[in-house]
Every structure is written in C-alpha cells, then in structure tokens.
Design a protein around this ligand. Sequence first.
Ligand code: C5P
Length: 219
Amino acid sequence: NKKLAIAIDGPAAAGKSTVAKLVAKHLGYVYIDTGAMYRSLTHSVLKHKIDVNNHVQVVNHLHEISIDIDPKQQVYLDQANVTDDIRTEEVTNSVSAVASIAKVREEMVLRQRKLAEKRGVVMDGRDIGTHVIPDAEVKIFLVASVQERALRRHEENQQKGFHSDLEQIKTDIKQRDKMDSEREVSPLKKASDAIEIDTTSLSIESVTDQILSIAQLAQ
Ligand code: C5P
C-alpha cells in the first residue's frame, strides 16, 4: 500500500482531531495537530505578557521557543508539558489573532512541512490542504452546524466537570471561524480538490469510516 498524506481541515470544533487520531490509528500513520502548535505559541506569548498585536515581538518569540508533540499527543513547550494549558479559554480566545500574523504562519508552515515530509501522516488544521501540503493525496473538509459543534463542546466540558455556557461557546466558535476565514494569509477555506463531509448528524465512527474508504481508493 502506498503511504499517503491526509489533510483534514475545517472550522473550530468540527471534530477534526478526534477523527484524525482514529484515521491515523487505523492506518498506522502519524497524527499531527497543527492547532496545538499555534496554541502553544499563544500560551507562551500570554505567559510572557507579550502583546499579541506586537507582531515583531510575537515572531521573535516563536524563534526562541521549541514546540514538540510526542506520539501520545503530549505537547511540550521548551520541554515543559503544556498539554492542558493550551486548551484554556484564554488561549482559545487569543489564538486566532496570533495565527493571523503572516510571519508566524511562514515559520509554522516550514515546521509543519518538515513533519509531513515522510508520507504516512494525517495532519489537521485550517490550511493543510490549501497551503501546508497542497499535494496531499487525500483532502477532507469537515463541517458541522454551529449549534451541533457548540453542543459537542458543551457536553465534553460537562463530562470533564468544567463550567460550561452553551451560548458563550457558540459566540466564541463563530468569532474564531470569522477571524480564521477572514484573515489575509492562508485563511480557512475548502481546497478546490477537498471532499466535504458534513458531520452534523453523523457519528464519529461513520465519519472515520468514510475517510478510511476515501484513503483506500487513493492508496
Ligand atoms: O484546531 P484548533 O482549534 O486547536 O486551532 C486553534 C487555532 O489555531 C485556530 O482557531 C486557528 O486560528 C489556528 N490554526 C491555524 N492554522 C492551522 C491550525 C490552527 O490558523 N493549520
């Protein structure tokens, strides 16, 4: 079987990482979460009290830090485990501003392309099919209604015992999608050759199976 690059893009909380992990597991591929890279930088920028609007300082900071993700999806910022820290509301609400900086994207894309050099990868994000791996053999664009995406996130929060406000989640998701879609550099957009899957009324298993069937045809 030919080893592939599988790009999975789509708006916030559409289930990309859940499905990408399962697809990678089934195929014995490496899963790469590019959102975690932007989140790690954002976490570090906030921690160092750097103004996210100061592009020069944010870019310089990126060149000073190392971001590593191990096969178990533990995220390390300069060797410190930040897996939980990068999922806070504070990081989530600032990450799109950081990710809109052209020079930040340039550097992130270089790092991501290096990680995807060897085929046998599933990478998820916003610009993987359009920009990071434009020659990926399989491109998927995952979408779902805002209501459904917010509900899933809400239930996840409640299961973890976190405080959760459904209306607030909806507002935040819409705001992040708007910023990610309207930024100038490689905005969130379906690649012309991507296959769109609307997961609103689909189970995780069914979405995973669909992607595995598409991958099989490309092998
Ligand atoms: O996927 P996740 O929600 O963790 O991504 C967090 C943020 O990182 C996105 O809202 C977006 O601003 C940015 N991002 C990006 N390009 C990617 C992946 C994530 O701009 N390839």
